[in-house]
Write a protein that binds this ligand. Structure first.
Ligand SMILES: C[S@@+](CC[C@H](N)C(=O)[O-])C[C@H]1O[C@@H](n2cnc3c(N)ncnc32)[C@H](O)[C@@H]1O
Length: 203
């Protein structure tokens, strides 16, 4: 499964934010919702092999990890407002969606430990990393990225304790949601190439 971890420094951890003001009252919940959309949606459906974990560190009760799973998600549409409304519902523990999990008190570091203990490899997205073209990307890995403020150095160093590689998409600083789209594109393209190659080699 392709997994993404977004460190969201300002994303609020209570449902009392306004859907009419996702950037302000939601602590950049617009950015979070765009990342969820990029991680899980393609044109005519959901990526069943992908999930995204949001490590929310905004007011009033951080940390909270909100996870969206493409294989179990129901009744969510890809627009920012709808995704944010489901985050609101999940934070209020009002209605269950089988594809959304909220874990209160789970820190970014605990989440990373949990993912590492399942044998996952980490790619830290950073402009100063190894160019993505030079990396033989593993298909099932965890991609860690920051929000508009980036990943705090302390948290990045924590991920570096586990098997990892720091990768760069070039020297342009992209939006976090754009980075997710680029990673999917790279993995899709490379897996299609390898399907093509194995088909060719069987001729
Ligand atoms: C808008 S950027 C954050 C910019 C922030 N000023 C910083 O210094 O990290 C959001 C996140 O996207 C990822 N990112 C953006 N551009 C990237 C690039 N060219 N290569 C790799 N990752 C990138 C990084 O994980 C970054 O934390």
């Amino acid at each position: 499964m392709r997994q993404f971890v977004l460190y969201a420094r300002k994303a609020v951890t209570s449902p009392d934010f306004s859907l009419d003001d996702l950037p302000g009252s939601g602590g950049r919940m617009d950015l979070v919702a765009r990342c969820v959309c990029s991680a899980l949606w393609i044109s005519h459906g959901l990526r069943r092999d992908a999930c995204i974990h949001i490590a929310a560190y905004g007011r009033p009760n951080p940390p909270v990890v909100i996870s969206f799973y493409g294989d179990k998600l129901r009744n969510v549409s890809p627009d920012e407002r709808n995704i944010a409304s489901w985050i609101k519902i999940a934070l209020a523990s009002k209605r269950k969606n089988p594809g959304i999990a909220v874990r209160r008190g789970l820190s970014f570091q605990k989440l990373i430990e949990e993912l590492a203990s399942s044998g996952n490899f980490f790619y830290i997205l950073h402009e100063d990393g190894v160019p993505v073209d030079d990396v033989d990307l593993k298909a099932d890995a965890v991609f860690v990225l920051g929000d508009h403020l980036g990943i705090p150095r302390k948290e990045e160093k924590f991920v570096e304790r586990f098997p990892h590689e720091k990768i760069s998409l070039g020297n342009i600083s992209y939006l976090a949601s754009q980075c997710i789209t680029i990673i999917h594109y790279e993995l899709d393209r490379r897996s299609q190439n390898s399907i093509q190659m194995s088909a060719d080699s069987s001729l």
